[in-house]
Design a protein around this ligand. Sequence first.
Ligand code: COA
Length: 532
Amino acid sequence: MTIIRSRIDTSSEEFATNVEAMNAKLAELDLEFRKVLAGGGEKYVERHRKRGKMTARERIELLVDEDSPFLELCPLAAYGSQFTVGASVVVGIGVVEGVECLIVANDPTVKGGTSNPWTLRKILRCNDIAKQNRLPVISLVESGGADLPTQKEVFVPGGRMFRDLTNLSAAGIPTIALVFGNSTAGGAYVPGMSDHVVMIEDRSKVFLGGPPLVKMATGEESDDEELGGAKMHARVSGLGDYLAADEQDAVRIGRRIVARLNWRKQGPGPVAPSIEPRYSPEELLGIVPPDLKIPFDPREVIARIVDDSDFDEFKPEYGASLCTGWARIHGHPVGILANAQGVLFSAESQKATQFIQLANRSDTPLLFLHNTTGYMVGKEYEQGGIIKHGAMMINAVANSTVPHISVLVGASYGAGHYGMCGRAYDPRFLFAWPSAKSAVMGAAQLAGVISIVSRAATEARGGTVDEEADAGMRAMIEAQIEAESVPMFLSGMLYDDGVIDPRDTRTVLGQALSAIASAPVEGTSNFGVFRM
Ligand code: COA
C-alpha cells in the first residue's frame, strides 16, 4: 500500500494553533501583496488611466488565454528596501495561445517603470528561468530606462539584460517585445534585441536619445515621432515589425505572433492523469507549528500535494531524518526529498546522494521540501565523517542535471540549505511558505556564538565581560537575524521566486513542472569525485 495514511488530528488544539499562526502570517503577507497590486499608488495609476492606458497587470490579463492561471514570480522583490515592493515590474509564467511564456511587464506607474537594482535582479532571474526551461519571452515594454540615482548599481550589470535576450534568441527561444510607451536609451535595446517587435501608433517611443539629448549632442531639432515614433519605426527604420492601432491591438498581434511560432515543448509530458490528493489542501495550514523547533512529519505535506496521496517511500528504515520517495504531481513524475527531523546525519546524506543518482538515472525531476537545521555537529559526528558525507550530498545536488524545485516549508539553515538545493544551487524554482525561515543558523544560536567569541576575546585581552552589554548585544543581534530570516525579507532579496499560500502548493508545483517540461529533462551520471 503506497497511499499515505494521515495521522493528523484536525480537531486537536495543536492543529488549531498551527492554523491560527499560519493564518496570521498569511494576513501579514496579504498586506504586502496589496501594496504590490497597487503599483505606484492611486495618484499614478489614475494619471496612467487618464492617458488611456492599461496597467501592467491588465495588459498581462488581456495577453494570456482566457481563464488560464498566471504564475506570478518574485512579487515581493524590493521588500525591505527603499524601492516600491514589486520593483516596478510584473513577471510570471502565463499561457498565450496554448504556449507557456515568460511575461515581463514594466509597471509605468512606479517611477516611470524605471529599472532599479531590484528590477534588474528580477528581470535577470526571469531570463534565467526562460533560458533553463526554454520559455518564449514576451516583454511588455514601457520604461524610462535606468533609475538614474542608482545608475551605478544598474548600468554595468544591466548590460546582461540585453545579452540575455540575444542569447535566448540564439538558443532558439523566441523573444517578443510589445512596446506600449517609452523605451528609451538602454531600454531601446529591448525591442532592438527581440525577435519580434510590435509598436503602437502615437504611443511607442523608442529612441537612443530623446529630443533634448539630441539637441545637446548634435544641435539637431527633432520631435518624438521623428526620432522614435511607431510609424517611423514601422515605415522608415524597420525596427518595428507590426504597427498596432492601440494597446488592445498590440496584445492581439502579440498573441498572433505566438500562435505562429509553431512552438513545441521538448520535455516529457505528464505520464498519468492528474488525481487529486486524498486529503484537503486546506489542512496544509495546520501542519507546520509556529515554533520550528517542534518537528512535524513531512509525509503529511506530501499526502496533500501529490497525486492520489500516493508515495513510494525509498529506504524508509534508513536515515529516518530524511524522507525520500517517488510520486506524481499533476501526472508529472517527481522524486521527493523532505527533511523529517530537522537535522541531517551521515546516513541521511548518503541516502540523499543515492536517491539523487537514481533520479538522474530515470530522468526524474526532484522536489526538495526544506525543514532542516543543517548537518549534525559534535565530536561523534565529525569523527564519523559528517563533513565528507554532507559534501557528498552537496556534490550530488550540485551536479545533478534533472530539474530541481525547492519549497521551504520550515527551517532551512546552514549547509542543510545547500544540500537541500537552496538558491545558490540553481533549482529551477524556489518557493517559500510563510512559515519558512532561512539563515546561516537560528537567530538565538547565532547571537550566542557571537557572544561566546566576543567574551573570549575580551578575556584574552585581560578585560572583564560587561554582562548587561553582552545581553543587550545578544538581544539586538537575535532580533536582527530573526527579521532577516523571514520569507518576506528573503523574497525581497530575490532569494526565492515567491512566498506561496501552503494551500496553493500543488497548483504552483504543477505549473512549475509543466513549465519545466518545455525543455528536455536529462539526468547525468557525471558527478564530482565522491569522498567515500
Ligand atoms: N530615474 C529615476 N526616476 C525617474 C526616472 C529615471 N530615469 N524617470 C522618471 N523618474 C521618476 C520621476 O522623477 C517621477 O518621480 P516623482 O513622481 O516621485 O516626482 C516619476 O518617475 C514619474 O515620472 P514622470 O516623468 O512624472 O512620468 P511620465 O509617465 O510622465 O514619464 C518617463 C515617464 C519615463 C517618460 C519620463 O519620466 C522620462 O523621460 N524619464 C527619463 C528617462 C531617461 O532619460 N532615462 C534614461 C535612462 S538610461
